[in-house]
Design a protein around this ligand. Structure first.
Ligand SMILES: Cc1cc2nc3c(=O)[nH]c(=O)nc-3n(C[C@H](O)[C@H](O)[C@H](O)COP(=O)(O)O)c2cc1C
Length: 381
């Protein structure tokens, strides 16, 4: 039976454990290029023991970013920043993963801490957003959406493949496609955002065409020996939207096109969701486990898996194969080390670079002065 610290093998890649830092948009890139901040973010989590580390969603075109300060891989000049990051992650024992995506009708925004809103196309930092249909998201994202022509769809699929080739050049060993969270892939899949009447809209088969064509285009340049995964908006939590049953069909079709693992998340194609499960522990796990069982494909999921006992249990139960951590990875770069201590791992320091582990093993001081209280000596109460 695997546990949270069992290696995970997918294609020719071995993760040292089942813990991944989930992709997280940072609004810190310059002209799409990642820099020291991203190096710090990914490098520190790799040194903290994560098996798989993603920077943020990386845009395939300039208008595929969330804000003008998001990262991209639409030109060769953007490769070197990512190459620094993959070299450091590998040196720290982690596998560097990249998530490629396009924000579709949810682009042209500013960083959330500057006000949660979309910027109009004529704003110096805004642009005309595109999507499957001329349906604005609404609320804080009110601006018109330009529906994509067939030619533009083909161009975007080429941009996915070009970005995948650059990701390979940059040294990434795991490629994830972002088809969730209301971005372009999610909106093609959802009847809430896609009301096209051509071959990319209507039936489930048609709403899935964009994704299968993207997978085919990427798989043609991304080597068979390396994992190709995708994060799916597997449930819109809305009666008019994507259901888990739709997603099971979708993942089965994607598997036939070369998908190696499915990461199940929420559609976020609308703010009208009911019930909203966002405060519940591990709320996506049951859905992900169903996909795993019914499709026969490895699965991952995120959402409230930051308690070590919960993360370990969902792996031991063989409900999911990989735990994706978002906010816990933001707040604690050493989450895997902490979890190993909490779960009474025989040698937690094995997760750290030997440069630190040697000292921590061999130069013991007061047990309460190693960076956290020992599990048996926690403060009362
Ligand atoms: C700051 C921030 C940025 C995020 N950006 C992305 C992103 O670029 N791509 C993505 O798929 N999910 C993104 N997410 C979602 C996380 O990857 C994760 O799925 C979500 O936070 C739930 O996991 P958690 O409960 O461990 O935080 C982001 C989350 C946060 C907090």
């Amino acid at each position: 039976m695997p546990d949270l610290f069992s290696p995970f093998i997918l294609k020719d890649v071995t993760l040292r454990n089942r813990i991944a830092m989930s992709p997280m948009t940072q609004h810190r890139a310059v002209d799409g290029c990642v820099g020291d901040f991203h190096l710090m973010m990914v490098g520190s989590r790799a040194a903290g023991g994560f098996g798989l580390v993603f920077p943020e969603q990386v845009a395939i075109t300039p208008d595929g970013r969330t804000s003008v300060h998001c990262a991209g891989l639409w030109n060769d000049g953007q490769i070197e920043g990512f190459a620094r990051l993959t070299r450091l992650a590998k040196d720290m024992g982690a596998v560097p993963g990249i998530q490629l995506g396009h924000t579709g009708r949810k682009g042209s925004e500013c960083a959330p801490w500057l006000g949660r809103r979309q910027l109009p196309p004529d704003d110096p930092e805004g642009w005309q957003v595109r999507g499957p249909s001329a349906l604005p998201y609404g609320g804080v994202r009110p601006y018109p959406v330009q529906p994509l022509s067939h030619e533009e769809i083909t161009d975007l699929q080429r941009a996915y493949a070009d970005a995948a080739r650059r990701a390979l050049d940059a040294g990434f060993e795991w490629l994830d496609l972002h088809f969730a969270h209301g971005y372009l892939g999610a909106s093609f899949f959802s009847p809430i955002a896609n009301v096209r009447t051509d071959r990319y809209g209507g039936s489930l088969e048609n709403r899935l065409r964009f994704h299968l064509e993207v997978i085919d285009a990427v798989r043609a340049v991304w080597p068979e020996r390396l994992p190709l995964t995708m994060r799916l908006g597997a449930d819109d939590l809305n009666p008019d939207g994507v259901t888990l049953e739709d997603s099971i069909v979708a993942v089965r079709r994607m598997k036939a096109h070369g998908l190696d693992l499915a990461d199940l998340s929420i559609g976020f194609n609308t703010d009208e969701m009911s019930p909203k499960p966002f405060a519940e522990l591990a709320f996506m796990v049951e859905r992900a486990a169903r996909v795993r069982r019914e499709v026969g494909i490895p699965v991952a999921t995120s959402w409230n898996l930051g308690q070590p006992q919960v993360a370990d249990r969902v792996i031991r139960d063989e409900a999911i194969d990989l735990v994706m951590l978002g906010k816990p990875a933001l707040s604690n770069p050493h989450w895997p080390l902490w979890a190993a201590r909490e779960l009474a791992h025989a040698d937690p320091f094995v997760l750290l670079p030997e440069d630190w582990a040697w000292w921590l093993r061999n130069s013991r001081g007061h047990p309460d002065c190693e960076g956290w209280p020992t599990p048996s000596r926690r403060a009362p109460g």
